[in-house]
Design a protein around this ligand. Structure first.
Ligand code: FES
Length: 91
């Protein structure tokens, strides 16, 4: 959970070795959180982030929606790095 001037919001953080992908946990279709259970964001095949509400699929590498009611939109990315083994987020 992240706090800012407008309140609080959550992030999706996926780390693959030295790569880290961070998005605001907010579906571009309605603004709802994506997960279907706590910390469960991937589709059954494990290739895409999936919105639990209407099934939109998002590429992990850039958050682009490839299928669903918000196709062509993207998740809001957040800058992040892996530094000395720790994920550092510019939120
Ligand atoms: S709310 Fe995410 S696809 Fe509709």
């Amino acid at each position: 959970m992240v706090l800012d001037d407008g309140g609080e919001f959550s992030l999706i953080v996926v780390r693959e070795g030295d790569l880290v992908f961070v998005y605001r946990n907010r579906c571009p279709h309605t603004g709802i959180n994506l997960e279907w259970q706590p910390d469960r964001f991937f589709d059954l095949g494990g290739a895409f982030l999936q919105c639990a509400t209407h099934g939109a699929l998002f590429r992990l590498e850039d958050g682009y929606c490839v299928r669903g009611p918000c196709a062509g939109d993207s998740l809001e990315s957040v800058s992040a790095w892996v530094i000395e083994g720790q994920v550092v987020v510019d939120a």
